[in-house]
Design a protein around this ligand. Sequence first.
Ligand code: SF4
Length: 377
Amino acid sequence: MGGLYIHVPFCRKKCRYCDFYSVTDDSAIPAYIKALKREMQIREWDAGPFDTVFFGGGTPSVLPPGRVAEILERASLIFGIAPDAEVTLEANPGTVSQNDLEAFQQAGVNRISLGVQSLDDQTLQFLGRIHSAFEARLALDWAMEAGFDSVGCDLIYGVPGQTRESWTKDLEDVLAYGPDHLSCYILTIEESTPLGRALERGEFSPMDEGRVGELFLHTSDFLESKGFLHYEISNFARGREKACRHNLHYWNHAPYLGLGPAAHSFLEIGRQWNVSDLEIYLAMVNAGRMPMEESEILTEEQHMLEWLYTGLRQAKGIDAGEFLRRFDKAFLDIFGPDWKRLQDEGLARESSQSFALTKKGMLFSDGVCQLLANRLE
Ligand code: SF4
């Protein structure tokens, strides 16, 4: 089975670091929901049934819980959703009340992912979040009590001014609530964002790469010492069963269908992505057209690249047998000399069954994949 991704393109206010597609005027929510249901009909035969559903954004928690229930019901009718499906909704602590969280749970959401980012007010202000640390703490409390099967938390580190001590305190404070899953992302500053422009004006200095690297290794060691499994570069779970099944679909090449503006799909026929503009999306769907911006059919080389980038993100790495079955070539026959070099540098490790990066290697995973990708040219 595969996954269904639903992009909810509304946010109360844009965060300073964000380059995801979303709009701040939520008056189009009713039109968006109508179009989403229509898009399901248009794509009825393209995918499904699903065993994971993920409401991502944007800020899915701006949707009324009743509308989330409607969307799930419609998706279930059209595509089929497994009875034990993982249903995740991303929630911003600045947009939810205790009642909302309980209502999302009753609507069929069984996994909530809270965009806490930090429990330090100064950091939250720097990031331009709409909520305070106090509101994030309240949301954490409510989420833990609402009856979800799993509560996850997104955090950001590598923020200017942050120290190892202040970041560790953030982690400790969040862990005190007992979440099942943590996604810890390194702050990336894109040129096109308000933060990128502030950097260009010299308003702050980014944390230097060496210190960010130290924080990455510290985060991994610290969370492992608290019983978390570091199963993907940025992701930690209290045991394998609490890992995000939807994201595992992405990294393990399962098919997924993306609905809504800017959503991406990966299906047997190839990769497709929707237009990143709400108005154009609404116009196309209302005219009965697929709101697709582009699609591509992957070559064998592109599939192999995909395996490198997604497999080496994960602690389990690339399974040697699966690679051989999929590509009819042994991993070491293609990447042998480079892999040996990476092992000598302490960036890669190998067992009889798999090829994976060390923690240090994960820190440089893009560069490592680029090096291996050169073999395919
Ligand atoms: S809430 Fe999320 S999607 Fe919206 S602007 Fe902030 S980071 Fe971006």
